[in-house]
Ligand binder design. Sequence first.
Ligand code: DP6
Length: 328
Amino acid sequence: MKVSAIAPANIAFIKYWGKTDANNRVPGNNSISMNLSEMQTVTTVEFQPYLSSDDITFQNEDAVYAKEKERISGALDRVRILAQTSLRAKLVTKNSFPKAVGIASSASGFSSLAMAALGSLDIRLKPHELSKFCRLMSGTAARSVPDGFVEWLKGSGASDSFAVSLHPADFWDICDVVCIVSSEMKKVSSSDGHLLAKTSPFYNNRIKGMKAKIINIKDALNRKNFSRFGRILEDEALSMHAICITSTPPLLYWEPATLAVMKKVIWLREKGELESYFTIDAGPSVHVICQAAEAARLSLTLSGIPGVQRTVVNHPARGVHITNKHLF
Ligand code: DP6
């Protein structure tokens, strides 16, 4: 049976950085994110009896690396183990944003793959089981399963670490204006970056403060207190990058334009012109969070900064789901 699924990428307000169990991708702390409306992946899967190996195609991508295909085949192996089949799959996947812009596509990629592949073998998992299953392929993919605003619970280990929805997508219309500043693939993958986190002398301190930070940001989210929410998410981004910069070897993901966007966001806020807050993942692009009414003006202002190649305005979105728009 041919099945297609569509899934959003997500932006973390509280980051997943560091794992307690690297093989099973169990995070060192809970994290909180929002699904992104304009950064989505569609994946179509069909297991076919005449294939001797997986047939994997990326639509709209110039460069596809052997390593990426291997990781996808590895994800399909997990599905095969669950379904107790040795059938190989034809898989076509397409991002609504080019991978080369340096925005991680593993969250949307692996969650859409999991839902489509499981569906095509007629396996139905409960939402939290699907989130757990996606987590094994890429940690952030666990957060692309539930709708809207999401918390990924670290749990006590591999058996109970999954993501849940805190609020649906229409709970609060805040936007993520993504400023794309580089199209280079990053040199150190986030999977490798996670392994270095514990080498930072500040890592344990970060984990100690996490419980209080999560309570605080969830309270600000529940009350839709934008200023408080924004201050916490901006501090949090700097905290994650402080870990990166002080790891051995150090990881410095920022480019000059990354800093230029950060400075502009602070400047606009201090001048009382526009209130927004930045957050950054394991790459140079900056995600600027604002209230929906200001998204267009903010996007225009930020796209004028030298080094910013493109901006994309995202609203909160629902999680992974089945679509009938097949790619083959
Ligand atoms: C920096 O999900 O890419 O985006 O589990 O090894 O696949 P793996 O890592 P990945 O982690 C990226 C984490 C981050 C922060 C975040 O989104 O929480």
